[in-house]
Write a new protein. Structure first.
Length: 179
């Protein structure tokens, strides 16, 4: 795993071979952050990374100036990896949480400037993630929520949908906070 830019940029970490994650490719991640830099000031922002996997998005967010990044991951191997890398970086802005996203979100009382979700593409509840986030009012005004998903899903009919970006087989759907 490579952190692309920012204060932790160009650092590489060996991902455990038994990890149960499909990390967002460097190409897709770099393009995502290119889009975000024109949309949101990450300096001092609060972010939520759901289905955090290897934590690549969390580390990129922290590296680019987020003051708080909550990384929620249910699988023990991935959770331990995120904790390990955060410790090696001394990244105190990252808070790893071992837990199920579908339980965490309804119980969360915090609001975020940026939310990213990268569920397993075969997750049966994947279509429920957007309503889960938006109905629980986790975004600050002007906040952005990005869902990474396979091409078989189309969220463009949802009221909070803003745009979709495609990078190879990776699709990012962007949503904004409800007024």
């Amino acid at each position: 795993m490579r952190i692309i830019s920012g204060k932790y940029g160009r650092r590489r970490f060996e991902v455990p071979p038994n990890i149960k994650a499909r990390p967002t490719t460097d190409f897709a991640r770099e393009n995502l952050f290119n889009v975000l830099q024109d949309r949101i000031d990450l300096e001092g922002a609060k972010a939520l990374d759901l289905f955090a996997g290897t934590g690549a998005i969390s580390f990129e967010l922290a590296s680019r100036g987020c003051s708080r990044v909550v990384a929620v991951e249910n699988y023990p191997v991935q959770y331990r990896f995120i904790r390990k890398v955060a410790g090696l970086l001394q990244a105190t802005e990252i808070l790893p949480i071992k837990g199920d996203v579908f339980r965490f979100v309804p119980s969360c009382r915090e609001k975020f400037d940026f939310i990213f979700a990268d569920p397993h593409f075969d997750l049966p509840q994947l279509p429920q993630i957007v309503p889960l986030i938006l109905e629980n009012d986790l975004l600050n005004p002007k906040g952005i929520f990005v869902l990474e998903h396979p091409e078989k899903y189309d969220f463009s009919a949802l009221p909070a949908f803003e745009q979709q970006r495609i990078y190879g087989r990776i699709h990012f759907s962007f949503f904004t906070a409800r007024p």
